[in-house]
Design a protein around this ligand. Structure first.
Ligand code: PBG
Length: 331
């Protein structure tokens, strides 16, 4: 192979006109690469703006169905749902997670009915339902008990599948949860319900605004470092992904997104599976804060960060900017 050098080689040549930049672009981002997370509120006709996430609201079930319709119309293939469970329904063991008529299941059913063509991703973890804000069953010392939690998560996943979930997304980071959920879904005939494992989920400061959105900020006792990953580790992320795939995950997620692009790239290179990133609440809030301070151009930042996920190897990105981004992509 011969390598030309300057002046025969001028890398600016292919950058010199829009048609040429378009022709040599290595990656594209379209609305099909987006998943839109939505927060559900109790009531009817309710929209509750979330102060920590300017531009994001909780919607009652009717509003969630309307948002899903907007997403589908723009070519967004999938939404993700998170309930803000009323405080009187939160308990030590999070039993409300198993109520087939809970806020989550009513929202799933409403979307399934109103927009049958859209994918519905549902989070499996107990934190929106527990009085202590942890993702599982807690012992006397405040530690989350792995195997006892698994038994509940399996039931939670089943309740969501029965309501019409398309993708079960365990975000709890218990060991063995993907296998336990897959076995139960198979046993109940839900062969086509996918599992997207939050495989490499880090104990992150970037989840702050989310905890306002689902009202766990004031409740959470201690932190989640006993089950979520240490930001110091990357080999462990590969082990997590390997384990979840061996247990039957269809797709895997890395979370948060931007600070972990190196993990996305390593996972994509090692495993031949679709990889997703969650651009979490703190990432959204950082962009919005920069925009509010007059320091940045929202549209350009949103599109550039989404392209970065594609370049790193993502099939898609969960982002609170999904609707806005899809509109930008439409032109
Ligand atoms: C719950 C869950 C969290 C997020 C998604 N699912 C929070 C947490 O683990 O504390 C965070 C999403 C975001 O910050 O946007 N298990």
């Amino acid at each position: 192979m011969s390598h030309a050098s300057y002046p025969a080689l001028r890398l600016r040549r292919t950058r010199s006109a829009p048609w040429s930049r378009a022709m040599v672009a290595e990656h594209v981002i379209t609305p099909a690469n987006l998943i839109w997370p939505l927060f559900i509120a109790e009531g009817k006709g309710v929209e509750e703006p979330i102060a920590a996430l300017p531009g994001v609201s909780r919607w009652s079930v009717d509003g969630i169905a309307a948002r899903a319709r907007e997403a589908a119309a723009l070519g967004i293939p999938c939404i993700a749902l998170f309930p803000n469970t009323p405080s009187h329904l939160r308990s030590e063991r999070g039993e409300e997670a198993l109520n087939p008529d809970n806020l989550m299941c009513r929202a799933i059913a409403a979307v399934r009915d109103a927009v049958p063509e859209i994918g519905i991703l549902t989070d499996v973890a107990l934190d929106p339902y527990t009085a202590h804000g942890h993702d599982g069953i807690v012992d006397d010392q405040g530690r989350v008990r792995n195997d006892e939690t698994l038994a509940v998560l399996v039931e939670q996943a089943l309740v969501q599948a029965r309501a019409g979930s398309s993708i079960i997304a365990p975000s709890d980071m218990m060991d063995g949860r993907v296998g336990a959920i897959r076995a139960r879904l198979e046993g109940e005939g839900f062969h086509d319900v996918q599992i997207m494992a939050y495989a490499a989920k880090y104990a992150s400061a970037f989840y702050g605004p989310f905890r306002d959105a689902v009202s766990t900020r004031g409740l959470l006792k201690g932190d989640k470092r006993g089950y979520q990953m240490d930001p110091a580790n990357s080999e462990e992320a590969l082990r997590e992904v390997a384990m979840d795939l061996a247990e039957g995950a269809d797709t895997v997620m890395v979370k948060p997104g931007l600070p972990y692009l190196d993990i996305i790239r390593r996972v994509k290179e090692r495993f031949e599976v679709p990889v997703f990133a969650y651009a979490v609440s703190g990432e959204y809030a950082m962009i919005e804060a920069a925009v509010a301070a007059g320091a940045a151009d929202r549209d350009a930042m949103v599109l550039e960060t989404l392209m970065a996920f594609r370049r790193a190897g993502c099939s898609g990105v969960l982002t609170y900017h999904a609707l806005h981004a899809a509109r930008l992509m439409e032109g």
